[in-house]
Write a protein that binds this ligand. Structure first.
Ligand SMILES: [Zn+2]
Length: 116
């Protein structure tokens, strides 16, 4: 894992926003609408290689993060198509666990730099 040494306040705000997005998904208060409701995607204009997530993983589209487990779970266990993934949250225990894993992952990115 590569990490940068500084994080501007605006970047930290975007990270906090993405953590909040996943809290809402975990609690079934909002759906994952992919980049459309991801403050990090919006902040970085979908440039994964500049994003703190892509910088940490060296990959695009949140590959190498718990987000992929989340997508796989919805497709395999809930019968969602890739487009459905962005529509709703089934809200089973595994959904909540995987959403929490994404929260923990995002929080760990913040902790290496500043406190989230
Ligand atoms: Zn589920």
């Amino acid at each position: 894992m590569k990490t940068r040494t500084t994080m501007p306040g605006s970047e930290m705000e975007a990270l906090r926003g993405s953590i909040e997005k996943w809290r809402k998904i975990r609690d079934c208060e909002d759906a994952d609408r992919g980049k459309d409701n991801c403050p990090l995607c919006i902040f970085y204009c979908n440039d994964c290689y500049n994003c703190i997530v892509g910088t940490a993983t060296g990959l695009q589209y949140c590959q190498g993060t718990p987000y992929i487990d989340w997508c796989n779970h919805l497709v395999k266990d809930h019968g969602f198509s890739i487009m459905d993934v962005y529509q709703s949250v089934p809200g089973c225990e595994t959904c909540a666990r995987l959403a929490q894993a994404e929260i923990d992952f995002l929080a760990s990115l913040g902790k290496t730099q500043n406190e989230v």
